[in-house]
Design a protein around this ligand. Structure first.
Ligand code: CTP
Ligand code: CA
Length: 228
């Protein structure tokens, strides 16, 4: 990569990115998961590294290799993801693209759950996981200067994403429509809207790679706006 021999527009910036699903154990052989592929977060990591950023990618289980020039920290659970993020601070920018499991199993069994003849199926109790995006957004010490979240919605995309931005305390939200008809979950294309304090920008249907490139360029411009 010799695109920016002197260092790109994100040179000197340290970016923390979360990506992928999390796996929440039920017992030693079973887990709760979701359909996130990690593609969008990995693409952002790669695009940011290409612009010269120092990139730490904290990823749940995926089939993807570490993008070139990116420090990859692999985790399984939401709680491990939060710890890995905290251990990666300080950072100038945080981008939370992970599909963190909202809940984990309350009592992760030490031994494999067994069928008992004549007994009912086990009830799985869930408890809420920590919210990594909200935690990073509300840090008193070491809050990244720019915190970006994603809002995966299947309806009322802008409305839900706008209130999510407020609730989580992040600076920007990349809203995406993940309703099954879009094929976004696990696919290569994404339709997103960037929601900031000053409103919303609609982006066209783009390959996840192009969404990533556009997002990191937008971030670079935010830190050093082009002079007129
Ligand atoms: N997120 C996170 N930690 C969680 C849940 C979500 O960091 N425990 C982040 C995601 O990485 C994403 C943003 O929060 O950047 C929004 O995730 P989303 O699942 O859309 O929102 P939730 O707040 O979990 O609400 P819901 O799933 O009910 O829509
Ligand atoms: Ca969620």
């Amino acid at each position: 990569e010799l695109a920016y021999p002197g260092g790109g527009p994100l040179k000197g910036k340290r970016i923390l990115i979360t990506s992928g699903p999390t796996h929440e154990p039920i017992d030693p052989v079973r887990y709760l998961a979701n359909r996130s592929s990690g593609k969008q977060g990995y693409a952002i990591a790669q695009a940011a590294a290409r612009l010269g950023a120092e990139v730490i990618l904290v990823s749940g289980p995926t089939n993807l290799p570490a993008p070139p020039g990116v420090t990859l920290k692999r985790v399984e659970t939401a709680r491990e993801m939060l710890s890995a993020c905290e251990a990666s601070l300080p950072a100038d920018i945080a981008i939370c693209a992970a599909a963190v499991a909202d809940w984990r199993v309350a009592t992760d069994a030490e031994q494999k759950l067994k069928k008992q003849p004549g007994e009912a199926a086990p009830a799985i109790m869930l408890v809420e996981n920590p919210d990594i995006l909200a935690t990073l957004s509300h840090l008193q010490k070491n809050r990244p200067a720019l915190v970006v979240g994603f809002a995966a919605e299947t309806e009322k995309v802008i409305e839900h994403a706008t209130s999510k931005r407020q609730r989580k305390g992040c600076d920007w939200i990349v809203a995406n429509d993940v309703s099954p008809a879009t094929g976004v979950m696990g696919g290569d294309l994404n339709t997103v809207h960037l929601i900031t304090a000053s409103g919303k920008e609609d982006w066209p249907l783009l390959p996840k790679q192009a969404v990533a490139e556009r997002l990191v360029r937008r971030i670079a411009d935010h830190f050093s706006p082009a002079k007129a």
